[in-house]
Design a protein. Structure first.
Length: 401
């Protein structure tokens, strides 16, 4: 019986979030390189060509809109699959496992938003950007952890992964509630009908991916026309994809969710997200000065990410552990937890995305958003990496004594 059980465990596929821990460094590096290239091009003689391509219209949408509304829908599809996978069968499958990362994620959203609002209270034009510093970029954050290797205990990587998943879920809810255009109830009715059909397929036990994907493509178009941001179609579709759980069978290797998750993951990590970074991180610095760096919007985003995230995540984690609501991550020191809290201030992908939604009609405000995101994320990455690097060195010295 034991050998049979162990064999079952061996062939059971890891969640993509957990297997991603082996590869996130390279995905994070590709994303960093894309952002750096975008900045270089935007401040080079090729900048007119760069911005010109993004404005070209194809099929009624600009290239930039195709990237942000269509390609990023696939990113949100993978996010939705990850969320469903971890809540049903992974690190967040029970309430005791959800308490610590859930509290940390909540604190890591409330405090950055409060800092942003405090700095922009007298500027009504920039108040819609309050949610920009609330998001954590999982690829960047886990990439920094991976570069540190064995200096960081595995429990902290799992903690950050779970935190980022809940963070993504909350960010999706914020986008759905606060960043929608004028709603078309006719198209929303069509969206509801398609979601009903998708859920009916799930309830009927249909395990072929094709009908889900065909209906998902129609769902994306209808959501685009409804006034709700089109990327939310990806999350909605993900929630209807069967995981294949059944009594006595904790997981199904051939389930549609597994197949789709593994098929899309590397395309999203190494193509779609870098393309998004390349298209959106480019900001021309030629017309920017101290007034832009010290603008309430820039300071609110940078301060929210760098100060708000570390304070919110660390304090809520400390309170949850001190009140014995949750256990401290195994083999992790409080200084290491503080280092991870700093890394949560890396908000690149989702923060830029929310910034584009908040100031869709204001290119000059989008530039300040990009500045704030870059400043806050870089500072968080450098400081968080330095703290964790120092902690790893201390641990090795203690073991050698």
């Amino acid at each position: 019986m034991q050998s049979s059980a162990s064999a079952t465990v061996k062939i059971r596929p890891l969640s993509m979030l957990r297997s991603f821990l082996k590869n996130e460094a390279s995905a994070g590096i590709v994303l960093m390189a894309a952002a750096a290239i975008a900045l270089l091009i935007a401040n080079s003689p090729w900048s007119p060509f760069y911005f010109g391509i993004l404005k070209i219209h194809v099929g009624g949408l600009s290239v930039l809109h195709w990237i942000n509304d269509a390609l990023m829908a696939l990113f949100f599809l993978v996010v939705g699959l990850e969320i469903k996978r971890e809540f049903v069968d992974g690190q967040l499958s029970s309430w005791p496992r959800r308490i610590l990362p859930g509290a940390a994620a909540a604190g890591g959203m409330v405090v950055p938003a409060a800092i942003y609002v405090a700095l922009n209270l007298g500027t009504a034009e920039t108040m819609p950007g309050w949610a920009i510093p609330t998001a954590t970029d999982i690829a960047f954050a886990l990439g920094v952890l991976a570069l540190l290797g064995s200096r960081v205990p595995v429990s902290l990587k799992i903690f950050l992964t779970a935190l980022a998943i809940i963070d993504d879920l909350l960010a999706v809810l914020i986008i759905a509630v606060f960043y929608t255009a004028d709603l078309s109830f006719g198209w929303l009715g069509t969206v509801a009908l398609i979601l009903f059909l998708l859920m009916a397929l799930n309830r009927a036990g249909i395990m072929a991916l094709t009908p889900y994907l065909l209906l998902g493509a129609v769902l994306w178009f209808c959501v685009l026309r409804s006034g709700v941001h089109a990327t939310l179609a990806g999350v909605s579709l993900a929630m209807t994809i069967p995981l294949g759980k059944s009594p006595g069978r904790p997981d199904d290797v051939a389930s549609p969710l597994h197949i789709l998750e593994h098929a899309l993951h590397y395309w999203v990590a190494f193509a779609i997200v870098p393309i998004f970074g390349l298209a959106n991180a480019g900001v021309s610095l030629s017309g920017l000065g101290w007034s832009n760096l010290l603008a309430p919007l820039t300071l609110g985003v940078a301060g929210g990410l760098f100060l708000g995230k570390q304070v919110g995540v660390f304090l809520t984690t400390l309170i949850a552990v001190r009140l014995r609501l949750a256990d401290c991550p195994e083999d992790a020191t409080w200084l290491q937890i503080y280092g991870v809290s700093l890394l949560c201030g890396i908000g690149f992908t989702m923060s830029l995305f929310i910034g584009l939604l908040a100031f869709e009609a204001s290119p000059h405000l989008q530039d300040e958003v990009k500045l704030g995101v870059l400043l806050g994320s870089v500072a968080s990455a450098i400081c968080g990496g330095a703290v964790l690097f120092g902690c790893g060195g201390q641990r090795r010295e203690e073991k050698s004594r």
